[in-house]
Design a protein around this ligand. Structure first.
Ligand code: A2P
Length: 302
């Protein structure tokens, strides 16, 4: 399986990252160190995860040079910082937390812009992220970020954004991708348009992981290949052409998740067919959690 994917900018991004969402402050540093030792060279973080300082510290202590690790942040680009004038100051904040002067990848975390007090969403910036995007393009020109991308954008939002005269194209779209929600149409469109998908919650959201690991087709392939169900799933994601971001704070799982193996074509097809032949199911519903009067993932034109 490829250890890297090549982005439209020519940058080589490692295909497996340690995800640190919901990794507690007192556990995340150790997980980062174990991951770097196991061979990971890609950490996927975010400002809102509130553990960037610990991630930066662990990176420093690991002795692995900064330029050998791919560092992604959705950093300060939380929903309350979409206003163009808020982008750079909060990016600087994340850079200082992480102890670095550039990010390999900077991502708009959600296609939802809140006003700064967090109570109401800004309808204009939510419908049209281009003003925020132009600020990100400036950050690339300044050298503070090498690549820019988006997260949680569905097809119509990708199409809306890329219809603008972009100076820098989004290199990735980070979305929930797993057995329950494999999003084949978005994957196809992204591949046709030179955008790599990144799979968050690749084993299913944390509430579903147990269930995912005991799906019969996944268990069968695991025993046929002599690997674990988690390894089957992570390998399947890479084989679909997506970057995988498994989160774990347990050393043995961090190590397990990095050992990938190509599935034989027949096994890959069996898993792909099983994943895409039930109705898609998403656990986290941001519209409901944030009290929005629209569905973030509604695919009808704006
Ligand atoms: P843990 O960190 O305790 O290992 P998320 O949806 O937030 O990415 O969560 C992934 C979940 O899957 C976490 O609860 C993580 O728990 C668990 N997990 C990660 N890797 C494995 C694995 N190889 N086997 C079983 N559970 C795993």
């Amino acid at each position: 399986l490829p250890s890297h994917f090549v982005l439209s900018t020519g940058a080589k991004i490692p295909s497996v990252a340690l995800g640190v969402w919901r990794a507690e402050k007192d556990q995340v540093g150790e997980a980062v160190k174990v991951a770097l030792k196991a061979g990971y060279r890609h950490i996927d973080g975010a400002w809102i995860y509130r553990n960037e300082q610990e991630v930066g510290q662990a990176l420093k202590e690991s002795g692995v040079p900064r330029d050998q690790v791919w560092l992604t942040s959705k950093a300060s680009l939380w929903n309350t910082f979409h206003a163009p004038e808020d982008v750079e100051p909060t990016l600087d904040e994340s850079l200082s937390y992480l102890g670095t002067d550039y990010l390999d990848l900077y991502i708009i975390h959600w296609p939802v812009a809140f006003y700064k007090d967090g109570t109401k969403y800004d309808r204009d910036l939510t419908a049209d992220p281009y003003p925020t995007w132009q600020k990100l393009e400036e950050m690339v020109a300044k050298g503070k970020v090498k690549n820019i991308g988006v997260s949680n954008f569905n097809l119509r939002r990708m199409q809306n954004l890329t219809a603008n005269p972009l100076k820098v194209k989004p290199v990735v779209n980070q979305v929930e991708l797993n057995y329950w929600n494999p999003q084949p149409e978005l994957l196809k469109w992204s591949q046709d348009n030179g955008i790599v998908l990144q799979a968050y919650s690749p084993l299913g959201s944390s509430e579903q992981v147990k269930e995912t690991l005991s799906v019969p087709v996944i268990k069968d392939i695991a025993s046929e290949m002599g690997i674990t169900p988690a390894q089957v799933i992570i390998s399947w994601h890479i084989q679909r052409g997506t970057i995988v971001l498994p989160k774990s704070v347990h050393p043995s799982r961090v190590e397990e998740n990095f050992k990938v193996a190509a599935l034989p074509k027949e096994a890959f097809d069996r898993l792909e067919n099983a994943a895409t032949s039930h109705p898609p199911q998403r656990v986290f519903n941001p519209s409901k959690n944030w009290g929005l009067d629209f569905d973030v993932f509604d695919d009808t034109p704006l």
